[in-house]
Design a protein around this ligand. Structure first.
Ligand code: AGP
Length: 612
């Protein structure tokens, strides 16, 4: 998704901006650009493709300046071309923008009537012209921006510079993430703090509606033209580590980080045999009152929610619904009092999930209904964490690969902790079941490590997928969502068409797809559904399908003709979904590498989807 970096310093800012853009590459983009103020003029360079192309152009033009803005663009309005790349300019004003200006057509017509000529198909260019036009009535960039912002409809973050005021950068946050990086005698902005880690670990997290004026020695934040204060927060070292180390890809590194990430996530909540006394203590009263849970999420996080539905209902008897945020937000759902609305998100900035959360909060208030909101999230400073009543952090550390891996398994661990906590408060979990789940949770990192030892075997199997066009993933119960997750992983990074199905649903349609050329991946933990699953496997084999089975070591499933088996260490059925995520991640990773795709930044995708 689009990325913004900007800054003002005594030193040349262009290298800092470019390093920032490189650190945003993981988010997905198709063009990049920067604008600097040099000798009271805007100088701009924009290139289609990788940041490396921009670097080449900036270096050959020897561009430098002390004030600048830069951008990676993920096309929404208009193709990925040089003209559509940011920054956009009007006169001596330059603008970078994330998000969408919904009323840009109407504004564009108005500006065209005033004589402004558009050189791009983007919605962003209207902002540059609007600011330029406002500067005809005021000599001050901040005032000009404050005048035009109320006219912009949509969700956006902006960075704006003007050659006539070469000592200040104006930034706006309205529905799209933006942080200020605080330096000494230099300050920065970015849509993602990772971009600024080489220059600072001190950040101000802007709130919706904030307009900021950065000068070398000052940071002023305005809400409706009134100066306000926002705290500066310091990041710790774990958040700051984001290198690939010995691994070929971030995704592989993140897959192998899962034992540690899960360990960290559970250790915040558990001591040897119990939930820690202070764990989610603030929510005790709310958990006592709730009658049901509504989970809202997208993509992989939605799959984690699907697993949790089984857990909430089976382990503590609490009704739980799960819905994709982009559907939930538009179907005018009934708000039910005493519901815990639980948003799950790696980034905490996903536009659809945030919009659904805000709608729920607004409607509950209008209807005078008591509800509670909670986030399970990997980013402590995210909008979602800040806007919910309670939160539980997944302590996975930064996840850079677009394909979510350690965020998913830590979400599952966090969800199980939440099940235990709500069950304890409501007194709805049997003591021996609670004990065995806690023991299983502590055991999970060890089993994850053992499961990762199957990597070489899974690599061998992946060679059989390289030429395939389609693939089915099957599971039952809590492993139906893992089948969906396996299919999502394979399609997003290897570009092979894949579907996940509940194995019992096979004969209701998808069985027609099965032939000699159709690999079928089966998730076969040892649980009460195993015998039913074995029958589903027979159905596939009878139609010539080739099976790739990840099976419990005691499942009595063995390799035979057109049936490949990788044995997975025995694990408690409650935590098995965490363990069975590993083989589907590794399979997808190896298939993608063998097919030569861009594993960490797959085509057309973005790490954090901050537009609708
Ligand atoms: C999964 O591999 C994807 N990157 C995607 O489905 C992701 O899970 C989804 O966009 C939701 O993101 P979030 O967890 O940051 O809200």
């Amino acid at each position: 998704m689009c990325g913004i970096v900007g800054g003002i310093a005594e030193r040349n800012i262009s290298e800092i901006l470019i390093e920032g853009l490189k650190r945003l590459e993981y988010r997905g983009y198709d063009s990049a650009g920067l604008a600097l103020i040099d000798h009271h003029h805007v100088v701009r360079e924009r290139q289609v493709g990788k940041v490396a192309n921009l670097v080449e152009a900036v270096t050959s033009r020897h561009l430098h300046g002390n004030l600048g803005i830069a951008h990676t663009r993920w096309a929404t309005h208009g193709k990925p071309t040089q003209n559509n790349a940011h920054p956009h300019a009007s006169g001596e004003v330059a603008v970078v923008h994330n998000g969408i200006i919904e009323n840009y057509q109407e504004l564009k017509q108005e500006l065209q009537q005033l004589g402004y000529v558009f050189s791009s198909e983007t919605d962003t260019e209207v902002v540059a012209h609007l600011v330029n036009h406002a500067l005809k009535s005021t000599p001050d960039l901040l005032t000009a921006v404050q005048t035009i912002v109320p006219r912009l409809k949509g969700a956006y973050a902006l960075g704006i510079i003007w050659a006539q005021q070469p000592d200040e950068l104006i930034a706006v946050r309205e529905g799209s993430p933006l942080v200020v990086g605080v330096g000494i005698g230099e300050h920065f902005i970015s849509s993602d703090q990772l971009a600024l880690l080489p220059v600072t670990n001190r950040f101000i997290y802007l709130e919706e509606g904030d307009i900021v004026r950065l000068k070398r020695n000052s940071i002023e934040i305005f809400v409706n033209t009134v100066l306000t204060h926002r705290p500066v927060k310091e990041l710790d070292a774990t958040v700051m580590s984001s290198s690939k180390g010995e691994y070929k890809h971030f995704m592989l590194k993140e897959i192998f980080e899962q034992p540690e990430a899960v360990q960290q996530t559970i250790a915040q909540a558990l001591d040897a045999e119990h939930l820690k006394a202070g764990f989610l203590e603030k929510a005790d009263g709310a958990f006592d009152t709730i009658q049901q849970i509504q989970i809202i999420a997208c993509g992989t996080s939605y799959h984690a929610g699907m697993v949790a539905k089984y857990w909430f209902e089976q382990i503590i008897g609490l009704p739980c619904q799960v819905e994709i945020a982009s559907e939930y937000r538009y179907r005018h759902p009934v708000i039910v009092a005493n519901t815990l609305y639980l948003c799950i998100s790696q980034s905490g900035e996903t536009a659809d999930s945030l919009a659904a959360l805000r709608d729920v909060q607004r409607h509950a208030k209008q209807q005078h209904k008591t509800i509670f909101t909670m986030a399970i999230c990997n980013v402590a400073t995210s909008s979602m964490v800040r806007e919910t009543d309670f939160h539980l952090l997944t302590l996975a550390g930064p996840e850079i690969g677009v394909a979510s891996t350690k965020a998913f398994t830590t979400q599952l661990a966090a969800l199980m902790l939440l099940v235990l906590k709500v069950g304890e408060i409501k007194n709805s979990i049997a003591a021996d079941l609670k004990q065995s789940v806690i023991q299983a949770l502590w055991h999970t990192p060890k089993v994850l490590n053992e499961t990762l030892k199957n990597d070489a075997e899974i690599l061998r199997l992946s060679e059989l997928f390289v030429e395939k066009q389609h693939c089915l993933f099957l599971g039952r119960g809590t492993h139906f969502p893992i089948a969906l997750e396996g299919a999502l992983k394979l399609k997003e990074i290897s570009y092979i068409h894949a579907e996940g199905y509940a194995a019992g649903e096979l004969k209701h349609g998808p069985l027609a797809l099965v032939d000699n050329d159709m690999p079928v991946v089966i998730l076969a933990p040892k649980d009460e559904m195993l015998d039913k699953l074995k029958s589903n496997m027979e159905e596939v084999q009878a139609r010539g399908g080739e099976l790739f089975v990840f099976a419990d070591e005691h499942s009595d499933i063995h390799a035979k003709d057109r049936q490949h088996v990788v044995h997975i260490p025995a694990v408690s059925e409650w935590l098995a979904p965490i363990i069975y995520s590993i083989p589907v991640q590794l399979l997808s990773y190896h298939v993608a590498v063998l097919r030569g795709t861009d594993v960490d930044q797959p085509r057309n995708l973005a790490k954090s989807v901050t537009v609708e």
